[in-house]
Structures are given as C-alpha cells and as structure tokens.
Design a protein around this ligand. Structure first.
Ligand SMILES: [Fe+2]
Length: 297
C-alpha cells in the first residue's frame, strides 16, 4: 500500500487536486481556480482513475482507463498543436525519440502501451500515480527504473494548461526521455543520488537541478535554443514563449539559487552547448552530490 501513503502526502503548492482516502473510498477535491472545479463528471472520472492507481497491485500493468469524449478531444487538440511546435522548437534528440514512441494522435494511449514500448528500449516502466508523489518515493523509483505517471487528462476547458502533471505531460514530456538510454541513464542517476542523500536540503538541490534540466532544459543546436525538457515539450504555452526567457549557460551555482514555480512560466532557463555537454554536466552532478554540497542550503 505504498501508493496509498503517496497519495496522502500532497505537496503544499496551491493549485493541484487533493486526494483523500476515507474508509477505502477515494475523493478528489479540485481547489477553486482549477480548470475542472465544479465539473462533477470530470471529478468522478478523476476519482475512478485515482482509485485504480492506488489499488493497482505492484508489478501489474497500469489499469485500463476508459477515456471520455472530452479526454479524446483534449488529447487530439494537444497532440496536433504540440506536433507543430515540436517541429519548430524541439531538439533533434527529442524529435528522434518521440517518433520512436509512435504515440497515437486520435486517442489517448493507455499507459501500459507506452510503458511497454519504453521498457523494450531502456527497461524503464511507467507505473500509475494517483496524483503528486512524495519526492523521495518519486526519485527512489527512478533508481529502479520506474517512473510514476498520472493517467488522467487535463480539463477540456483549458487544453493548454494543467495545474498538475497529467497524462499529456507524462507521455509527451517524459516518455521520449525514458525511451532513449541517453536520457534514461540520467533519470536513473538522479534516483541513485536521492537514495544516498540524507539531508532534505541536498534532496531539494537535486529536485532543483532536475527541474532546470529534465523539466525545463534547452540545448543549443545550429546556434539556436532548442527545447527538450518535459514541461516545455508538453505545453503549447511554454513552447510558444520559451525563447523570450532569460536563457543562461548550465551553471550549478546559478541553477541552485533560482527559485521555481511549476505553475508559472519560468523566467530563467538553462541551455547546454550540446547533448553531450548536458550528459557530462548532469552525470557529474548526480554522481558526486553529497549531503555536504555547498549549494545544498
Ligand atoms: Fe514532469
């Protein structure tokens, strides 16, 4: 029942759904301002999907989800718009990897299909998450090549925005990373790092560097910034505006002192000179960080 504990350990950020378990029943509460607030049918579906994730047996494939017409509409819209933006703004490695995943455009894929395709290439599995997962659990799973992924889809009223990671973020943002060993290796190193750290400040530093690379990373290609981070790749808004951010070279001290808010556009982004540069930078950081890191404050 680890996933039950995970579901209860919510992050304190405003915006995302709150999941509670009472006498075995799962309730999902969407705060005011959430795009799905007041939509009872959407909330019921979220509750069903959350319950299926919480009560899934460890090692079983992700539960089959019956998506609604609205879900299918959001998926189609998002994939169509994102495909166009990816062609213009994504890094070559992202484009190569997303095409290897061969995601359907007319319907949301089942998480188990995506997980199977990824597992064949890198051994990573996508396992169902009811909602936000506790930080140590999330990273600890990466060390075992498991990635916690949400199966619900953002609300139809705001197809360009989700206050929490949804299926579009997990599959279109993280899926292409996990299917490619060059990125999959970095995810595993991040997991290994958190497993050996004791101080919360050191774990927070790993999360911050993960955020500014795996979630919001850029790489220079042909003298231009190209996007590859999962949060950028799964958001039409981010991909439309990232070039106007303050784009800086990868620098541990600079990244460590940046604040971040996953619900707002990131004003500062970091760009690697090449993918090999990114691998050297993150590989070195994740394998050497310890509880005494001067940046872990
Ligand atoms: Fe993410």
């Amino acid at each position: 029942m680890d996933q039950v504990a995970d579901a209860i350990m919510r992050t304190s950020r405003p915006g995302p759904a709150v999941i509670e378990i009472r006498n075995g029943d799962i309730s999902v509460t969407l705060p005011e301002g959430h795009p799905g607030y007041g939509d009872e049918r959407y909330i019921e579906r979220r509750e069903w999907i959350a319950a299926a994730a919480i009560y899934a047996r460890s090692g079983d494939p992700a539960p089959h989800v019956v998506y609604s017409d609205n879900d299918r509409q959001v998926w189609r819209l998002a994939t169509e718009e994102l495909r166009d933006l990816h062609r213009r703004h994504a890094s070559a490695l992202y484009l190569e990897s997303v095409s290897a995943l061969n995601l359907p455009s007319h319907r949301p894929p089942q998480l188990r299909e995506v997980s199977d395709a990824i597992e064949k290439e890198t051994g990573f599995k996508m396992i169902p998450a009811a909602g936000s997962v506790a930080v140590r659990t999330f990273y600890g799973s990466l060390a075992d090549r498991n990635f916690h992924a949400a199966q619900y889809i953002r609300h139809v009223s705001r197809p360009e925005f989700s206050p929490e990671p949804d299926m579009i973020h997990e599959v279109i943002g993280h899926g292409p990373h996990l299917v490619n060993e060059r990125w999959a290796h970095l995810y595993q190193l991040a997991g290994d790092a958190v497993r050996r750290l004791r101080r919360p400040e050191a774990v927070e530093l790993v999360s911050r560097i993960f955020w500014f690379s795996i979630e919001c990373g850029l790489v220079a290609e042909g003298g231009e910034p190209k996007a590859w981070g999962a949060s950028l790749m799964s958001s039409t808004k981010e991909l439309t505006h990232f070039q106007s951010a303050d784009i800086r070279p990868l620098d541990l001290a600079d990244m460590a002192k940046q604040g971040y808010n996953s619900h707002a556009r990131q004003p500062v982004l970091f760009m690697a000179n090449s993918h090999a540069h990114l691998e050297d930078f993150l590989g070195e950081f994740f394998t050497t960080i310890d509880d005494d890191s001067p940046y872990a404050v």
